[in-house]
Ligand binder design. Sequence first.
Ligand SMILES: [Zn+2]
Length: 218
Amino acid sequence: MRSLENLLRKNREWAAQRKREDPQYFEKMRFQQNPEYLWIGCSDSRVPANEIVGLQPGELFVHRNVANVVVPSDLNCLSSITYAVNELHVKHVIVCGHYGCGGVKAALDDADVGLTENWLMHIREAHEAHFEEIEAIASYAEKLKRLCEVNVLEQVKNVSRLPVVKQAWKAKRDLTVHGWIYALEEGLIHDLHLKASNVEEAMAMRRLGKEKFRSRGD
Ligand SMILES: [Zn+2]
């Protein structure tokens, strides 16, 4: 069996480095989880949430799954969102997809992926909702890019429909839902300009005409 000693060694080095920079680092961290942001992203190992937005431990509450999907029946995701909104009082919920997403690609390809199929059906639904637009794109690479964006749109809509989010808005809490996408090849996040800070904005976003949601990047 291959040893994981290298990971444990790297952990010791990391902890020592943190302490060198700030001797109180871990003491402070114990009492400090005060994130302003909830990140809902893909499990993909190339999209490390904290790292790409330059945030320290304690600054970003993270939920990741295959293809950053938000499903009302997913207790894991709902628990993360509920805890972040009601207990941590985050001010921003960021759904961040990424181009070249394997989960989105499997859905686009209609690939047989066994049990994962149950999960991918949520992305297939996003595909079906925007089928004409995506199928009209000639290049496969561009089709995949667009489905990655459309998947973010659908998941942002799903977040905005959740009772915990609507209740926060009803109580006039400061909470904004955002849709972003990360480009692996350049390391940059692009704002898809999907944003809602209240019920009215959420309704407007859900009714967003397909022709209006076409900005890739800025
Ligand atoms: Zn992915």
